[in-house]
Design a protein around this ligand. Structure first.
Ligand code: GLC
Ligand code: CA
Length: 549
């Protein structure tokens, strides 16, 4: 899709709609929309406690974003140096994957010290510098809080596993047998290919772990553990971070009848939320372990998470976009929100460090990842872009930790060897085709995925309806066309996307519902008045965003 061509198509359409005044089917000239100062609006929306609803987040694997010292490993000073580029793309907030010290059995999700910085990435002073540099730009920084488990190299676990009588003997989940009747979650972790119980020789007992054996689960039935982990969260809040992405937070406490978001876990989450609420303008987002619904994470709308990921859409959009039913997309968007409390805000993704690159999920069909991103960026919720998605980054060529490294390759900024990421040898090889999919090449190419993202992010910027407006699925009379209506801040928008990859498709919207000719903000469409309806024709594989009356 070519943006200048889309703009031209629109002006022709509008010219035709507005000039034939003696044609009885001609529309009245479209009402001129009162235009707001979008930069001032963006600033207003991103200030105060609701900032997270309006922010565009960017998930960063610090190790792979930018190296500053030639060791081939991305670091915090490197990330600071890229803030201008990220802001220019339209990013308002960062979620950093774990930056704490780690034994690196799970890429940092095995924390060996909750209140330090991984020396590969820098120091606490570097983290402070990142937070100040981001804040100076009006950007925010959210950290990953991995509470369910620590590393087996954490001092707490070293102590706990030393014998059965030490002060931290009960800080982890121990058993004489490799199972326990009060823990009803099975003994085999299929996802991580390991038994859930591992023998500690020193104690001659087994410890429970939901993930790798190097990630022993903390015992949240012990109040000392509750206190120690809340203290860790407080440590970062005191340093000024803007909030947390909470890793597998539903799994904290186990019981005989269930292990996901049981009441004891919910009680902990309420304590964590109460802690955040002692600080101004902080927010937290839940990594849901429920792919059907995000609702359990919102509590009453005020006492648990500000946001929760909708993975039903975020991790599975490849399937509906391989078909031609728009309802398959709207169903995914709706299911997760059903019965959500008022004000619940979903976090919308099309990928992450855990699942294949969007390029792979789209089966390499360019319009699929673009149309999925279009839905992500126009539907109700806060978008989280995984670094490299804006380039349609390809899968990586190698793995070190596990196969998820294929979606964790270093960011290619330029065409040159090292791709502007490092002057040394990158810790992990660059992804396929990095000489084509890099910021330098794509930012100078109007039809690139990068230009697509930048254009769409600019189009939605400073428009309250996208962050906090209502969302309605409008029936445009064509099952292949999804019509999303967003309304808020006294404005109305229509996001129209086709599922058809071979022929143009037309949706019709009654004039009674949409009075003036919808004004194209982004994408490609032909709009015409047909009797009492507006016909909106979207080219094969296309999408269009309109301002409407
Ligand atoms: C979450 C993380 C994943 C990690 C797991 C264990 O699912 O996103 O990367 O392996 O938790 O911490
Ligand atoms: Ca480095």
């Amino acid at each position: 899709m070519n943006l200048p061509r889309a703009a031209l198509a629109l002006s022709l359409v509008l010219a035709a709609a507005c000039s034939s005044s003696d044609d009885p089917t001609a529309s009245p000239p479209s009402t001129a929309h009162a235009e707001k100062d979008r930069a001032a609006e963006a600033k207003r929306l991103l200030t105060g406690p609701d900032w997270y609803r309006h922010a565009v987040f960017y998930e960063v694997y610090v190790r792979s974003l930018q190296d500053s010292n030639g060791d081939g490993i991305g670091d915090l000073p490197g990330l600071i140096s890229r803030l201008p580029e990220l802001q220019a793309l339209g990013v308002d907030a960062l979620w950093l994957m774990p930056i704490t010290p780690t034994a690196f059995a799970d890429s940092g999700y095995d924390v060996s010290d909750y209140t330090g910085v991984n020396p590969d990435y820098g120091s606490l002073a570097d983290l402070d510098a990142l937070v100040s540099a981001a804040h100076a730009r009006g950007m925010r920084v959210m950290l990953d809080l991995v509470l369910n488990h620590t590393s087996d190299q954490h001092a707490w676990f070293k102590e706990s596993s030393a014998d059965r009588t030490n002060p931290k003997a009960d800080w982890y989940v121990w058993s004489d047998a490799p199972s326990r009747p009060d823990i009803g979650c099975g003994t085999f972790n299929a996802q991580f290919g390991s038994e859930a119980w591992t023998l500690s020789k020193a104690r001659n007992q087994y410890y429970f772990h939901r993930f790798y054996a190097g990630q022993p689960d903390l015992n949240y039935r012990n109040p000392e553990v509750v206190k120690a982990t809340l203290d860790a969260a407080r440590f970062w809040l005191d340093r000024g971070v803007d909030g947390f992405r909470c890793d597998v937070i539903g799994l904290l406490v186990e019981s005989a009848s269930g292990c996901d978001m049981i009441p004891e876990t919910q009680a902990y989450i309420r304590q964590l939320r109460a802690l955040l609420d002692q600080y101004p303008d902080r927010a937290m987002v839940a990594e849901s372990t429920n792919y059907e619904t995000a609702v359990p994470y919102f509590g009453d709308g005020h006492d648990m998470f500000h946001m929760a990921f909708n993975f039903g859409f975020g991790y599975f959009w490849g399937f509906p976009f391989a078909g031609d039913a728009a309802s398959a997309v709207s169903d995914k968007l709706e299911a997760s929100r059903k019965d959500a409390p008022p004000g619940a805000q979903e976090a919308l993704v099309i990928g992450s460090h855990d699942v294949s690159r969007a390029y792979v999920a789209a089966k390499k069909v360019e319009s699929r990842w673009r149309r999925a991103a279009f839905v992500q960026l126009t539907a109700a919720g806060t978008p989280f872009i995984y670094y490299g998605e804006e380039l349609a980054l390809r899968p990586g060529k190698a793995k070190i930790v596990d196969s998820r490294d294929y979606q964790r390759a270093p960011m290619p900024w330029t065409k040159a060897p090292g791709h502007g990421f490092t002057t040394g040898t990158p810790w992990l090889p660059f992804a396929d085709e990095a000489e084509l999919t890099n910021v330098e090449v794509e930012s100078s190419e109007p039809s690139s995925t990068y230009s697509f993202y930048k254009g769409l992010l600019a189009a939605r910027r400073g428009r309250e309806a996208f962050g906090a407006g209502t969302m309605t699925f409008v029936d445009g009379g064509n099952p292949a066309v999804l019509v999303l209506e967003r309304e808020g801040g006294g404005e109305r928008y229509l996001a129209v996307v086709t599922m058809d990859e071979s022929a143009p498709q037309t949706a019709r919207l009654p004039v009674a519902r949409v009075s003036g000719a919808p004004a194209l903000l982004f994408g490609d469409a032909a709009v015409a008045r047909e009797g009492e309806a507006w016909s909106i024709t979207i080219p094969a594989e296309g999408m269009a965003l309109f301002r409407a009356e």
